[in-house]
Design a protein around this ligand. Structure first.
Ligand code: ADP
Ligand code: MG
Length: 240
């Protein structure tokens, strides 16, 4: 589904991604772990065209997303992304936020798109909030809406960057449940998280990054019981 080869990214003279290689299969859930500043967000942003890259290839749908001439407006319909800070438009209601992409970018009919939006809202338990404004919602609700907004474009791949990091603890679970549900339905996902229990239960593979490189790719079982690198062991010690 997605094949990344020799990806390099620098900000000025500073290399933040070096020689990243990763293949993601259809329906696979990849969890990316690593210390703050190791390049996790930058990596996801490169996959979605939010950061230009200096070298390497990103094969997706017989295109190379690392090339400068890619139409990311098109690509982002297939690769959805949700961020730490739900970027809902404050002046639009929930349903307007969700329908913006399907109507404006995908040129779908309002009836059809609205039906899908309502089904998705129902699934995350927020259909009754469809006419609310973002300020009237809790953080966990806003984040579930942000996920629905991405899903309503019918993406093939979802990228999640620390989507529970700004939430109060009691709201973390409701957002993680939604992502677990997507995993069960076979959505292909790359997830950056600091929720270790969640990482272990949702991930098919754990990718551990440090200082811009992938240090280790293992099964959750192996990673959490006996990681093969000292850096990963050190990282896990901090979380125990
Ligand atoms: P993580 O998500 O793992 O915490 P990031 O991908 O956000 O790490 O950052 C990786 C490195 O790149 C950090 O050293 C960060 O300071 C740097 N960085 C991120 N974005 C920018 C930017 N827009 N300009 C310059 N440096 C950046
Ligand atoms: Mg980050």
């Amino acid at each position: 589904m997605l094949e990344i080869e020799g990806l390099e990214k620098s900000f000025g003279d500073r290399k933040v991604l070096e020689g990243i290689n990763l293949q993601v299969g259809k329906g696979e859930v990849i969890v990316i772990l690593g210390p703050s500043g190791c390049g996790k967000s930058t990596f996801l942003r490169c996959l979605n065209g939010l950061e230009p890259v200096q070298a390497g290839r990103i094969h997706y749908r017989s295109q190379d997303l690392a090339k400068p001439d890619v139409d990311f407006r098109e690509v982002r319909q297939h690769i959805g992304m949700v961020f730490q800070n739900y970027e809902l438009f404050p002046h639009m209601t929930v349903i307007e936020n969700i329908l913006l992409g399907p109507l404006k970018v995908q040129k779908r009919s309002r009836d059809e798109a609205q039906r899908q939006a309502e089904q998705l809202l129902e699934r995350v338990g927020l259909l009754d909030r469809k006419d609310a404004y973002p300020r009237q919602l809790s953080g966990g609700q806003k984040q579930r809406i942000a996920i629905v907004r991405a899903l309503c474009m019918n993406p093939e791949i979802m990228l999640f960057d620390e989507v529970t990091a700004s939430l109060d603890p009691e709201m973390v679970r409701e957002v993680l449940e939604v992502i677990l549900g997507l995993a069960k339905q076979g959505m292909t996902m790359l997830i950056v998280t600091h929720e270790m229990g969640f990482a272990r239960s949702v991930g098919d593979r754990i990718v551990f990054m440090d200082q811009g490189k992938i240090c280790e790719i293992s099964s959750p079982e192996q990673f959490f019981t006996s990681p093969s690198t000292e850096r990963a062991q050190h990282f896990l010690d901090i979380f125990q």
